[in-house]
Design a protein around this ligand. Structure first.
Ligand code: SAH
Ligand code: SF4
Ligand code: F3S
Length: 451
């Protein structure tokens, strides 16, 4: 830590910019609420903020590099009203992984705070204002949740982090290092927070966790429950119409709690027919080298169990191409799996070697040009399946949760139960559940007509 910095005027306005996964989005919202409770005001759109919190992601090299280019840009152009430089705070997973390095490399950064320590933002801010640059990357499990202010106004579709961290140690992944070991937030806290989210305007809640289906807790009678038990409790909240969860891991579907979760898809009408279950590869050799616990056949069999209870369930996944040693034949197995599943949507990435992970030093790293070419073929296949899934939805009647205005007058945008974007013209408002017929399919969205 350096003490070279000078005291600065306390910030009056702030902006939180989140990168990476939905859990970072949730953390970003909570940091904004915390700063708001300290009397700071969110900067208006297009205006410079006195304090900028970069809530960063470390998952791939490009994501991690983005923080330094953002810092450079902000320190040149982000001037405060009096012409001074803004206070830059780095939060999130890059902060956790490279806290001291950021301080050394970027003198413009006034404070660094990890994903488990951001409840201490106000105290760190005071230190930074006094000219003492501060780093806090402690990982006290759950301390932050108790120390955060209550939820205020939220969008109709809200996030709720229920589980954090990962014990799986896939050989390519930084998450177990940046987010720590798996922990579950207590049942009663989550029911209370969900209630407050609904009071603050949420109609849909997406339960979040790096391995959300590993969540476990005790209900009000002290009985052990898994995610399905929590979902059942939340579905008793009258104003809550829809429940989703993400991201799931195949390994945690094979337990008793996993079985209950699969069953819930056939029983709980508030639980939406959508499953994001990353597979990463269709090759058993690659899956083993990745330290994934499943093989391709086991993964497909698991999806069949979901389809047996909820035949219309929309499936989503994550893929990595070019894992060290991946051959053309092994990549072809991924394409085969994609065709076998018929995903409604998916995320796909080129393998990115991450310092400190086992895969980064494996032999036979795949050439970037080969990765590019494989990613293109994979994305073309995924795009075809997404379009086909959308086309097969035409003619269905369903509800769309209105999330925002469209570009055209009188047009609204929202999501179907299968998490497709739908647009339609109606006399509606944000937060409405509008019953529609799906009338026309595009590659990424559907046109709908109110019933
Ligand atoms: N816990 C979730 C995913 C967390 S990270 C799960 O296990 O499914 C989100 C996605 O980023 C991963 O599913 C993986 O597809 C991708 N990813 C993670 N590390 C990566 C790396 N080093 N290079 C490329 N993609 C990566
Ligand atoms: Fe990363 Fe694997 Fe954990 Fe997912 S399960 S967060 S990919 S280590
Ligand atoms: Fe990125 Fe951290 Fe999420 S590395 S994907 S922000 S858990």
């Amino acid at each position: 830590m350096s003490d070279a910095a000078q005291p600065i005027a306390p910030p009056r306005t702030f902006r939180v910019t989140s990168f990476g996964c939905q859990m970072n989005v949730y953390d970003g919202e909570r940091m904004a609420e915390l700063l708001g409770s300290q009397g700071l005001e969110e900067a208006a759109e297009g205006e410079n903020a006195d304090l900028v919190v970069l809530n960063t992601c470390h998952i791939r090299e490009r994501a991690a590099e983005r923080v330094y280019s953002n810092i450079g840009h902000l320190s040149k152009r982000g001037r405060r009203a009096d012409g001074s430089a803004p206070l830059i705070a780095v939060a999130g997973c890059v902060a956790q992984a490279e806290g001291e390095e950021i301080m050394a490399r970027a003198p413009a950064v006034g404070l660094v705070v990890g994903p488990q320590a951001y409840h201490r933002l106000p105290a760190l801010l005071r230190e930074a204002v006094e000219g003492r640059r501060a780093v806090d990357t402690e990982m006290p499990p759950q301390a932050k949740f108790a120390a955060l202010p209550a939820r205020r106004k939220v969008a109709p579709s809200a996030f709720l982090t229920v589980q954090e961290g990962c014990d799986k140690f896939c050989t390519y992944c930084v998450v177990p290092y940046t987010r720590g070991a798996e922990i579950s937030r207590p049942y009663a806290d989550l029911v209370a927070e969900a209630q407050r989210l609904v009071e603050a305007g949420a109609r849909e809640i997406t339960l979040l966790g790096q391995n959300v289906n590993a969540w476990s807790g005790e209900d009000e009678k002290g009985r052990a429950v898994g995610l399905a038990g929590l979902i059942d409790a939340l579905s008793d909240i009258a104003g809550l119409a829809r429940i989703r969860y993400t991201t799931s891991h195949p390994a945690d579907m094979d337990t008793a709690a996993g079985k209950a979760l699969i069953a819930a898809h056939g029983q709980n009408p508030k639980l939406m027919p959508f499953l994001h279950l990353p597979v990463q590869s269709g090759s058993d050799r690659v899956l083993k080298a990745m330290n994934r616990s499943h093989d391709a056949a086991g993964y497909l069999a698991l999806l069949d169990r979901f389809r047996a209870v909820r035949p219309d369930i929309a499936l989503s996944g994550d893929f990595i191409v070019g894992f060290p040693g991946e051959t053309e034949a092994e990549f072809a197995e991924t394409l085969k799996l994609v065709d076998a599943v018929g995903y409604a949507q998916a995320f796909s990435f080129k393998y990115s070697p991450r310092p400190g992970t086992p895969a980064a030093t494996m032999a036979a790293q795949v050439a970037p040009a080969v990765m590019d070419e494989r990613l293109q073929r994979l994305q073309a296949a995924l795009g075809r399946h997404q379009h086909a899934f959308n086309a097969a939805s035409v003619g269905k009647r369903c509800h769309v949760l209105v999330e925002r205005k469209g570009k055209l007058p009188g047009q609204w945008l929202g999501k179907t139960p299968w998490l497709q974007s739908a647009h339609f013209f109606a006399d509606a408002a944000i937060g409405d559940l509008v019953e529609v017929d799906l009338v026309e399919a595009g590659p990424n969205s559907l046109a709908a007509r109110p019933v």
